[in-house]
Structures are given as C-alpha cells and as structure tokens.
Design a protein around this ligand. Structure first.
Ligand SMILES: C[S@@+](CC[C@H](N)C(=O)[O-])C[C@H]1O[C@@H](n2cnc3c(N)ncnc32)[C@H](O)[C@@H]1O
Length: 312
C-alpha cells in the first residue's frame, strides 16, 4: 500500500549548500531532485535571475517537481537520467555556463517506503526496483531469464556478497518451479540460502542492493554523469556528490583524485604539479553527517559528500 505520508529528509543539507557556494544569479542543476529538499535550499539562495533545473528518473519525483515548477518560475523539472544531463544543458543553451551541480545518488525514502515500488525486502510488493517503472526491465523480469553466472556476478560485485553463488543457484532452482515475483519471496529465498545470519543485518540487504544497482544501471550512470558534469560546468563551477555506499564513493573519489592530478605523466617528468593541467581542485575533505543529523536521520549514516571546483 502506498504510504502517502512518506517523505525524504535531505541528507547533509547545510553542508551541501555551503559547499556549492551558490551564486545569487547562478545556473544550477540538481541531478537527483527526489522530493526537492536540496533543490528548495538552492532556490532560497538564488535571485530572480538565478535558475535551477531538476532531473529525476522517478515519476513521483517528477510530479513533485512539476508542482514546484508552477510555484517558482526559476525552476524547471525534466524526467531523465543524470547521465543525460548534457542533452538537457544543450537544450537550455547552458553549455559551459553551469555554476553548480548536485548529485545525491541512490534511492529516496519514499521509494523504499512504498511497497509497490519493489525496493524493500521488508515490505511485500512486486519485485520491480526500477526508479522509472516505465523504462527498462523489472528485477522480476531479469531474474526470470538471467544466466546463473550473471546473477552470481551481480550479487557478488554490486552487493559485495560473498555468498552470491549460493544465492544465484537458489534463485535459478526456485524459478524452475515457481516464478520469483515478490520482494518478500526473494528475501525469504536469500535468507534460506545463507549459511548463517549476521547480527543486526537482514540477510537479503546486499542482494537487494546489488539487484537494484544493476537494474537501474547506477554505477555506469554515475561514471558518465561525473564526466559530463565537468564538461558542462563553467570555470569556477562546483560539483557536489553525495554517495551512500562504498562502491559509489570509490568511483567518485578516484575520478576526482585523477582529474585533480591532471595529465598522466611519469612521476620523474621535470614539470610542476600545476603544469599537469588539472581540470579540477578538491574543495575540502570528504564530509560525513554529524551526530545531530544522525539522531534525526539514521539514513545519513553512510552518506559521504565530496565537492570539487572546475579549474579549466
Ligand atoms: C537520495 S534521492 C535524492 C533526494 C533529494 N536530494 C531530496 O532532497 O529530496 C535520489 C533520487 O535520485 C533519483 N535518481 C537515482 N538515479 C538517478 C539517475 N541516474 N538519474 C536521475 N535520477 C536518479 C532517484 O529516483 C531519487 O529520487
């Protein structure tokens, strides 16, 4: 059943807005609009000349964005992946003029809370897991036909689940006589396949994470979006990225480190660091939520914010 009261508390809100150093007349992109928690704070810093475009794949996020669009002429919402932001930027003639981009990646609380979206192993719903249920294939459709090796690979690499092979075998054995179509059915199947239970962690946590990341192409979209963000930013523009697990954070951290280092020349090459033409500089260190935020929003526990500024 839909929980119409389900809301999303924006994570690291003050830290993100401060790190973006919002310019009153600036042009901004929120690549993960969600319920607009961060977006509204960006709008609060903008003058009448400032502009914000929100992107999201999710139809419920788009509906919230459309309501905001009616209230605020400085704001526009578009339904697409943040990996397609270059197209949006070109349509708006913003190429090289963007002052800041926010990517607060992963799932929103309403997506998890609404059973029929199929993201939660705790609530019974159809096994869907698509951020945009009108595009691509659902988790159930994928599990119905995928090869056991592919299921193993996804669960092991994207879920960092060492029992990926056992779980994949159990899925393939089960689907021979019973289609796997609901979240709790998959959760129970994973639970049964695990050799032991971990304390304070549902046995299906990592498997659900893996399948969700795969179905939504999350890591690939992130890699593309990081590159495109640096392309469309103005010099001096900032990119802020919030991640929620180590696989994503590793991608962001490495990309930023490499781009901040510049040209890949041998270390004994006789030039100074600034002659390596770094595209960006790191703005501060990685930021995590403080105790005050964690008290009200335990979901912020694994959030990491990294920020860079474009140099050239
Ligand atoms: C953590 S929530 C963002 C919450 C938002 N900052 C707020 O304050 O309400 C992540 C959102 O990003 C969306 N999303 C995830 N991957 C996406 C992608 N590749 N392109 C566009 N939106 C994406 C999800 O649908 C979800 O609404």
């Amino acid at each position: 059943m839909t929980d119409s009261h389900s809301e999303h508390l924006p994570v690291l809100l003050n830290e993100t807005i401060a790190a973006l150093a919002v310019k009153a007349d600036g042009f901004y992109i929120d690549g993960t609009f969600g319920r607009g928690g961060h977006a509204r704070q960006v709008l609060a810093q903008l003058s009448d000349n400032g502009r914000l475009i929100g992107l999201d794949k999710d139809p419920a996020a788009i509906a919230t964005g459309q309501a905001l669009e009616k209230e605020d002429p400085r704001f526009t919402i578009e339904q697409c992946s943040f990996a397609d932001m270059t197209d949006v930027v070109n349509d708006h003639l913003w190429q090289g003029r963007v002052d800041g981009i926010l990517l607060d990646i992963g799932v929103s609380s309403p997506q998890i809370d609404e059973a029929e979206r199929g993201f939660s192993f705790q609530k019974d719903g159809p096994l869907d897991m698509r951020m945009n249920p009108d595009a691509g294939i659902s988790a159930a459709e994928w599990l119905a036909t995928a090869k056991v090796e592919d299921i193993t690979f996804v669960i092991k690499t994207l879920g960092e689940e060492r029992f990926g092979k056992r779980i994949a075998n159990a899925i393939v054995e089960t689907r021979e006589h019973t289609p796997i179509v609901s979240t709790t059915q998959l959760a129970a199947l994973v639970d049964k396949a695990m050799p032991f239970r971990e304390k304070n962690k549902h046995p299906a946590t990592r498997t659900f994470q893996a399948i969700r990341i795969y179905i939504n192409n999350e890591l690939e979209d992130l890699k593309v979006a990081l590159e495109h963000s640096l392309d469309v930013l103005a010099v001096g523009g900032r990119l802020a990225v919030i991640t929620f697990h180590s696989l994503e954070d590793r991608i962001v951290k490495r990309y930023f480190r490499d781009e901040a280092r510049g040209d890949d020349l041998p270390s004994n090459f006789p030039i100074t660091a600034d002659q390596l033409n770094p595209r960006i500089k790191l703005v501060g260190k990685a930021i995590k939520a403080g105790n005050e935020e964690l008290d009200v929003n335990p979901r912020a526990r694994s959030a990491v914010l990294r920020v860079v500024e474009k140099l050239l």
